[in-house]
Design a protein around this ligand. Structure first.
Ligand code: ATP
Length: 230
């Protein structure tokens, strides 16, 4: 059974159509990419899956549950790392982790998570003083603290230097290797090729292609591929 099933999803903001009849499924244990240019509707789609936004119409099942009616249960099963972290600048890394751990009945051992993510030396550092890469790693830790079965990672590597980007890719693979199903939102074809088992290419709210990275590369015209190069 797929872990995520999205069928004919639609979402508008006023007159603007953000998500237009989007359908796809995500299988257990895969890294599923949602790839597309700015404004394509990627974030809106994953926010609907995570229960953070209500779609206008369409079906969503995550682990057999509907985010619209089973939001509280799903929050424990789905870890979400969204584009802009909303943490207060003055909160330290340890305080942020303690705060997030308090939301879950059986949180992961965050000291281990932080060691795996290479952030132990920053435990007392305030959020506002972290580098971009460190903020990203903290946001991954916060997404994983509830031991989720599904992790939604939105534009994890935007703004990172090449080394930090490669480190982040390894982290995503490590998350998948622990058995967590990953939904990865990205602008970068290179990132999708490297990490994703399958992906949906989204443009102007519509799924343009749904395939493996190799299949997609073969299908999409060169002209269109240029948009997704960093
Ligand atoms: P990006 O890669 O730039 O983050 P995206 O593919 O994630 O883009 P969305 O953020 O889902 O795209 O936005 C889809 C469309 O909906 C865009 O045209 C955007 O301007 C619009 N939009 C997104 N959020 C809102 C909002 N809260 N109110 C009004 N319009 C919005």
């Amino acid at each position: 059974m797929p872990v995520i099933e999205v069928s004919n999803l639609n979402k508008r903001y006023g007159e603007r159509v953000a998500v237009d009849d989007v359908s796809f499924t995500v299988e257990e244990g895969e890294i599923f990419g949602i790839l597309g240019p700015n404004g394509a509707g990627k974030t809106t789609t994953v926010e609907c899956i995570a229960g953070l936004r209500t779609p206008d119409s369409g079906g969503i099942r995550v682990l057999g549950l509907d985010p619209r009616t089973d939001g509280a249960k799903l929050r424990r099963l789905v870890g979400v790392q969204l584009q802009e972290s909303q943490l207060p600048e003055k909160l330290s890394v340890a305080e942020a982790l303690d705060l997030y751990a308090s939301f879950y009945p059986d949180p992961a051992d965050w000291r281990q998570l932080i060691a795996d993510l290479g952030l132990t030396a920053q435990l007392k550092t305030r959020f506002g003083k972290l580098s971009g890469g460190q903020k990203q790693r903290l946001s991954i830790a916060l997404a994983l603290i509830g031991r989720p079965r599904v992790a939604i990672l939105d534009e994890l590597t935007t703004g990172l230097d090449p080394q930090a980007r490669r480190d982040t890719w390894q982290l995503v693979e490590a998350i998948r290797d622990k058995g967590v199903t990953v939904v990865l939102v990205t602008h970068f074809m290179e990132e999708a090729e490297r990490l994703c088992d399958r992906l949906a290419l989204i443009d102007a709210g519509r799924v343009v292609a749904l395939d493996t990275p190799a299949g997609l590369t073969a299908k999409v015209a060169d002209e269109q591929r240029i948009w997704f190069r960093p």
